[in-house]
Design a protein around this ligand. Sequence first.
Ligand code: NAP
Length: 315
Amino acid sequence: MTDDINDIIILGSGCAGLTAAIYSARAGLRPLVLEGGRPGGQLVSTSDVENFPGFPDGIDGFTLVENMRRQAEKFGSRFDGASVESVLLDGEVKTLRSAAKTLRTRALIIATGASPRLLGIPGEGDFFGGNGVSTCATCDGAFFRGAEIAVVGGGDSACEEALFLTRFASRVHLIHRRSAFRASDIMAKRVAEHPKISPVLDTTPVAVLGGADGKVRALAVRNVKSGEEREIALQGVFVAIGHEPNTKVFAGKLPLDAQGYILPHPQSGLPHTGVEGVFAAGDCADPVYQQAISAAGSGCRAAIAAERWLEEHGR
Ligand code: NAP
């Protein structure tokens, strides 16, 4: 770091950002990690991580990410709670602005992750956050003890949420718009065999319905084959239909694909982006794999690429 210009700023403090921090801190670059609006990223709301190598008995997501943060701090990473609102990526020094401050850096690693997608149906927004609609089973599941609930989605996230919610709910309706789950075999099998989970296939939600008490009372659904509509009486709806990359701040500043994922540099490939000195890691640049371990691996690559880039540019 010279004056107020950082060598490396890392945006995001999930698996990718923290791994990048561990590597660049060990390279002596004293990275500054801007933790953003959701410190720790998606892992902090993941109950059991069973597929991160090195943990044969699984580990809860919060502990895993907390360990990574301590490891990054131990080697000299610095942390700041700022959320970046605008960026200037042209030129040798990049400028990042949050509500409270302006920061400058030579190399930038973007690891801003992805956020849960919503259904966009009537009622969803009205009951979101405390009144019956949620995107986080580990955060809100305990509020639905003994209740009947629905999980919407057919991927690994939906199956994982449904299985976790059986700890509290009396019944979990797992609503998917196709006739088969897209989740991995092991997850789909666990769901199919669970006595508290009722798969509702070929079905899509059309509205979240509330009662006089301002809480969810039912989910209106439509069978996509027959067109028949009906209501499922329940108290909670958990939406688990994938994620959107957190890259809005980079629109027009970096090449993004149609969904907003950061595109690789045409020649060097990821972690290089289309802008010199700017690197990307984790789910914000990965529409395909989106795993904790692949995010961590890409964070490692981004840190090494950034370190080499700084060396080549006289740092
Ligand atoms: P995903 O695999 O993209 O699945 C999203 C699901 O939501 C799909 O079944 C999709 O239906 C459905 N969907 C999307 N938009 C919808 C809409 N508007 N209305 C109704 N349904 C809608 O996303 P994910 O489950 O979050 O998983 C993302 C990645 O993370 C995957 O690679 C997954 O393997 C991984 N992951 C792994 C674990 C684990 O290993 N334990 C846990 C969680 C996630 P269609 O099938 O019709 O497209």
